[in-house]
Design a protein around this ligand. Sequence first.
Ligand SMILES: NC(=O)c1ccc[n+]([C@@H]2O[C@H](COP(=O)([O-])OP(=O)(O)OC[C@H]3O[C@@H](n4cnc5c(N)ncnc54)[C@H](OP(=O)(O)O)[C@@H]3O)[C@@H](O)[C@H]2O)c1
Length: 218
Amino acid sequence: MTVLILGATGLVGAKCVQHSLADTRIDRVIAVTRRPMDTSHPKLTNLIVDYEHLEDYADGMRADAVLSALGTTLKQAGSPSKFRRVDYDYQLRAAEIARKNGTKTFVLLSSGGADAKSVLLYTKVKGQIEAAITKLGFDRLAILRPSLLLGERQGHRPAEAMATWVSDRLSFVFTGALKRFKPIEGDIVAQAMINAVQKPYTGVRLVENLEIFTWAKS
Ligand SMILES: NC(=O)c1ccc[n+]([C@@H]2O[C@H](COP(=O)([O-])OP(=O)(O)OC[C@H]3O[C@@H](n4cnc5c(N)ncnc54)[C@H](OP(=O)(O)O)[C@@H]3O)[C@@H](O)[C@H]2O)c1
């Protein structure tokens, strides 16, 4: 089993790499990044790419399953079109290459509230990429929709740091009807993404926030 990980230097992507290297069901891990990783391992290949010319790297992207934890923020990207370039164009191009390469399983890290008709840019683009990748017709597509992601990131992300601080102190709020919005550790999401590769299903599975906790366990 070869898995390919997009966004392998990010909060969730780096955990996907870590877990898949430790997972005896996985023989080889291809981590696609735009800058060299500081991890080395006999199972790991770090494929450094220019996402603007991703087709040039298609041969090195052959895998049984692709896990995508790629994404940026509007603030980091600098404009709505640049945000869309990463979260929609780059991810779709990678998925198209995977489909052409014969990859059977695609695991997409989307977001709670993803909706192609949303008036909010973030949730709209997430809904649109879900729909576009669904159309490609992978044998198995798992779409994970987490709530706020918790964990240490490289770089300064004040909005997420503040949200984490607040959610730590208000964890008692996430009970009853609000339980489905419970913030979730990037580590748990990564384990659920890896387990999604092994799960016995066909077609498309939408995995909402609370179900991610369950998928991470089995
Ligand atoms: N933050 C949340 O609370 C939250 C909640 C739900 C869903 N999500 C979604 O979950 C996904 C993963 O989130 P995360 O927090 O793990 O992300 P993250 O830590 O910001 O990592 C994002 C990854 O995407 C890569 N990337 C960003 N911009 C790029 C560009 N222009 N070209 C190439 N690679 C680029 C980063 O590479 P570099 O290391 O080179 O920058 C990194 O590997 C994202 O799609 C995010 O929208 C986030």
